[in-house]
Design a protein around this ligand. Sequence first.
Ligand code: ADP
Ligand code: MG
Length: 249
Amino acid sequence: MSDAVLATRNLSKRFGALTATDDVSIDLRRGEIHAVIGPNGAGKSTLIAQISGALRPDSGRVELRGRDVTGDSTQARARGGLGRTFQISALAMEDTVLENALLGALGRSGRPWRFWRAVTADRELRDRAMAALERVGLADHAGTRTAILSHGQRRQLEVAVALTLAPRAFLMDEPMAGLGAEGSKTLTTFLDGLRTEAPILLVEHDMDAVFALADRISVLVYGRVIATGTVDEIRRSQAVRDAYLGDGA
Ligand code: ADP
Ligand code: MG
């Protein structure tokens, strides 16, 4: 067996006549950042949605730590060790940083609010949430209203929310989106140190970040993986240049 923590096998998804994901087989290995790049509309988010469980593939499967999870819900996958951050932020802006982390620690199981007081008093949950905030450098902001955080801090909070469930693999869809140059740099440094905790399948447009972070890159064009390789291999690939990167890259 390979050392893949997460894998897709011949995954395909059609929307009417459009094949958004076309026979995609990729894997994420222990300790690595595997970037998925490609032009707009290439099917990156559709691929991520099938891995997270938000979207059902037409055919093919998703394996998490060697187990077929294709039929599992997003919650079951999260409990199984799949941590994700979203292209659109899923944080509760009016809640505090700690409350968001606590919701994460609960696995977003949608507990009724009358349980909320009990939850905030739960020692074990609180410790887990605080440890995750420490890890991303937001412990000092535990009582801060989330809306007040910078974009970069919100991304770090999203990672903290994912960390509360002790993920074995991360899925990230464009975490650099909306960050300025400075914010991207900070987040790049942060993600660099995160890969040893859990490998990251990273969809990202910011090529500086991708080239700085990726151990391997897969290039998606019209739903198909046209190449997988190291940064150097992808940069040198004529097929990738022709299809996507252009000669400036
Ligand atoms: P990317 O993230 O690479 O920009 P997407 O995965 O969002 O690409 O989209 C891939 C293709 O699938 C696009 O042509 C998009 O318009 C189409 N698509 C995505 N989601 C849906 C949907 N729910 N219904 C119909 N078409 C969709
Ligand atoms: Mg997308």
